[in-house]
Ligand binder design. Structure first.
Ligand code: CMC
Length: 392
């Protein structure tokens, strides 16, 4: 069986050519189409990063205006969609609601099935980017028993999401620019990360010619797993469990104990063996948001900074090149924005949708694209004869 290379976890297999996202794990560098993530987060908004990931270049003023117009025109979901939501239990996990409702979109847009038509591909891409915030906010509203809030197209992408999340028919949510900017940053930082598990899932699903709504639903399913999208939630609950700065040394002792399985959540990364560039930006954003809300003394933020400092000086973490990743601070920011923990992975899905869509589109347009079909090393029984049931 020496014909195939055994590579569980795809540690050394490149499954595609891609010109979208570049990561240098040793340097701690993340580029979207060649642009450093720091510059994109400082100088542009989420929809600019979306345009860039999708089309390869940053938009000029006219292109940006048209893109914003296109996305805002598609923010509403078909009125029938609310019946899908109402079929779920109130306590359903938002990710199960998203897997179902995003997959269901295909049944409303039959043109999405024709993936060979570039115009249809384009409009499916726009629909996905535009409708994800609406679906995530609907999942939240349904879970707390409040009426769904329709999108408001005069608002920016992130402001509109906050509006759909927090406005009620009795009271309009007051848009706060610092908080909107923080959400926008979270979205930019999570927009794409080359061939991670959920993106690879989207590509594999799409390689059979499946429609983009079905492929993105598959990506959402993969992201749901705790080893992928669930780390920010885990990092936040770890901080809550540690409780105070005094308990850090004991916690670090447990992490280092060979016989314990305790991990420092939000630390370490398969690719980054240096400070995750997204973590730096997230820490800055965290500080800005807490200052805006008058929460500079937030005990969890203080605890996180103290924990980071102690870990970065500890030989265990230094020798293993373990640094904070994006999720170390993103949970604190989301909590401060009023986003419930159960929705964190849904926000991640909303951000990553553009990455999934851009990668799907790149794959579909690649002349070398083939159906994804891994091989196996067979380790089971070889040919045997079926005996009559009485003789087994
Ligand atoms: N805390 C304590 N020890 C750790 C940690 C951690 N967070 N991460 C790795 N190690 C140790 C690990 O025990 C091993 O030690 P030893 O050599 O003594 O056995 C060594 O570091 C190498 O770790 P590994 O498990 O081989 O590394 P990996 O590349 O397979 O795992 C990881 C990467 C992200 C799964 C892991 O670092 C981890 O579980 N981190 C905590 C969870 C987390 O924060 N995940 C979010 C990732 S970023 C979000 C995204 O981009 O999707």
């Amino acid at each position: 069986t020496g014909m195939f290379t055994y590579d569980p976890g795809f540690m050394s297999t490149a499954a595609c050519n891609s010109a979208i996202t570049y990561i240098d794990g040793d340097k701690g560098e993340l580029l979207y189409r060649g642009y450093p993530i720091e510059q994109l987060a400082a100088k542009g908004d989420f929809l600019e990063s979306c345009y860039l990931l999708l089309n390869g270049e940053l938009p000029n003023t006219a292109q940006k205006e048209e893109f914003v117009y296109m996305v805002s025109r598609h923010t509403m979901v078909h009125e029938q969609m609310q019946f899908f939501f109402r079929g779920f239990r109130r306590d359903a996990h938002p990710m199960s609601v998203l897997v179902g409702t995003v997959g269901a979109l295909a049944s409303f847009y039959h043109d999405s099935l024709d993936i060979n038509n570039p115009r249809h591909r384009e409009v499916s891409a726009i629909r996905l980017i535009a409708k994800m915030p609406t679906l995530v906010a609907m999942a939240y509203k349904y879970s707390i028993g409040q009426p769904f809030v329709y999108p408001k197209n005069e608002l920016s992408f992130s402001a509109n999401f906050m509006h759909m999340m927090f406005s009620t028919p009795c009271e309009e949510y007051k848009i706060n620019d610092v908080l909107v900017r923080a959400l926008d940053r979270i979205l930019i930082l999570h927009a794409d990360h080359e061939q991670n598990a959920s993106t690879s899932t989207v590509r594999l699903a799409g390689s059979s010619g499946a429609n983009p709504f079905a492929c993105i639903a598959a990506g959402i399913a993969c992201l749901w797993g705790p080893a992928h999208g669930g780390a920010n939630e885990a990092a936040l609950s770890m901080l809550e469990q540690i409780g105070s700065v005094d308990n850090i040394p004991e916690f670090i002792r447990q992490v280092k104990d060979k016989n314990s399985s305790v991990k420092l959540m939000g630390f370490g990364h398969r690719v980054y063996k240096n400070y995750d560039p997204r973590a730096k930006l997230m820490r800055e954003t965290c500080y800005e948001v807490l200052a805006e809300l008058g929460l500079e003394n937030d005990p969890l933020f203080k605890l996180a900074m103290a924990l980071e400092k102690i870990a970065l000086e500890d030989e265990y973490f230094v020798s293993r090149k373990l640094y904070p990743n994006v999720d170390f601070y993103s949970g604190i920011v989301q909590r401060a924005l009023g986003i419930p923990t159960a929705l964190f992975t849904g926000i991640f899905a909303m951000a990553r949708t553009i990455g999934w869509v851009a990668q799907w589109k790149e794959m579909i347009s690649d002349p070398e694209q083939k159906i994804g079909r891994p091989r196996q090393l067979f380790v089971g029984e070889t040919t045997r004869t079926v005996k009559p049931i009485a003789e087994r």
